[in-house]
Design a protein around this ligand. Structure first.
Ligand code: BG6
Length: 272
């Protein structure tokens, strides 16, 4: 599988696979890899990549009749030529629309664009969906970001206190986050609703700002050791080196009238 390589004027880089328009690597300027990518992942059309930033569209998880997490993450997207902006940022856009196979399982005409931009210590990923047909539709979606951490037990996610969430491990709705931060101690799978625009992932050596727009939910996922060994593409011990913090639209699906557009983005910024 060929990757698209982005390199900003200041040396920040990203590597994206047209399979799923999937960001597989992000290295900020003078920094180190910020995304987890399982060493056991396969890069094969029709198979989801384990790690990086899967684009979940038009269905989150199994909340509908489509394949889990929708078809966008396993589809081959059309890549434009990457370019450098005047400010030195490197940018590329990918496109996906309906085809006969997709229409048979999701009968809507759409154009999706994923825009990836790197500069300095920032990565910005924006998903735009246009209803280019004559029938209204709705969808759920996420940017399913796998953040790399040195040791997940030392990482703290701040900003979710007082948010309500669904605990998908316990199958419990309407839980309330009482703690000032979320720490991973084993399997964690939560959909937080109406989250603030800005979260922080703190580790002893760095702080990452996680900003989202257009998405009202945030998913926090780590399989923990028992579920991780059951995932054939998950490298051994990988659950200690990652946490997913996903910008998501789940509890309020996005409705698009014919001709309407929607955009959602996640912006990551490293401070070290
Ligand atoms: O193994 P998959 O299909 O990539 O899904 C990974 C996880 O993705 C998360 O977004 C879901 O909340 C979890 O329930 C799910 O297990």
């Amino acid at each position: 599988m060929e990757f698209i390589h982005l390199r900003a004027a200041d040396g920040a880089t990203a590597k994206i696979s047209p399979l799923g328009a999937h960001v597989c690597s992000w290295i900020p300027a003078q920094g180190s890899e910020q995304l987890f990518l399982s060493q056991k992942t396969e890069f094969k059309e029709g198979v989801a990549i384990r790690g990086g930033i899967p684009v979940i569209f038009p269905q989150f998880a199994s909340l509908g009749s489509l394949p889990k997490h929708g078809f966008a993450r396993t589809a081959l997207w059309q890549a434009d030529t990457p370019f450098l902006q005047e400010d030195g940022a490197a940018v590329v856009e990918f496109h996906l629309k309906e085809n006969i196979a997709r229409l048979t399982i999701w009968p809507y005409v759409f154009q999706a664009t994923l825009r990836v931009q790197v500069l300095a210590r920032q990565l910005q990923v924006t998903l735009t969906v246009h209803n280019s047909g004559d029938t209204a539709f709705h969808f759920t979606s996420a940017l399913h970001t796998y953040l790399a951490v040195s040791d997940v037990s030392q990482a703290r996610l701040l900003g979710l206190q007082n948010c309500s969430y669904r605990d998908s491990v316990l199958a419990q709705d309407n839980c309330l986050e009482q703690d000032a931060y979320v720490q991973i101690n084993g399997e964690t799978d939560r959909i937080y609703r109406d989250v603030p625009e800005l979260l922080h992932l703190e580790q002893p050596h760095q702080r990452l700002e996680i900003r989202q727009q257009g998405f009202s939910d945030a998913v926090v996922w780590n399989p923990g050791p028992d579920a991780a060994v059951k995932l054939p593409d998950f490298e051994f011990g990988g659950e200690q080196k990652m946490v997913c913090v996903e910008a998501a639209a789940i509890s309020q699906p996005i409705h698009l009238a014919p001709g309407a557009h929607w955009s959602g983005s996640q912006l990551l910024q490293c401070e070290y």
